[in-house]
Design a protein around this ligand. Sequence first.
Ligand SMILES: [Zn+2]
Length: 83
Amino acid sequence: MPSKQVEDVYNARRASGEIDARGRPIKRPEIERASCPCCGAKPEVKIGGPGCAWIKCRCGMETTDGSLPRVVAIWNTRQRMEG
Ligand SMILES: [Zn+2]
C-alpha cells in the first residue's frame, strides 16, 4: 500500500477518534458485545483499518471478519450459539 494512502487512513482515523496519537486503537466502551463464551471475560474490540475490525479475548478466542458492526454481530451470535 502506498505510504500516502496509509497516511490518509491514519489521519482519517485520528480525526474520527479511532486511534490515539501513537496510532493505537482507542478502546470504545460504548460498543455492545457479549462476554466471552469460553472464559466469561469482556473481549477487546480493536480496529485495524476501514472494514478491518476484530474482537479478541484474553483467552485467545477471537472474531475477525471485516467491519466493526459485522464482527460484533458475529461475536454476539457465537455467544448465543455456544453459550
Ligand atoms: Zn475468553
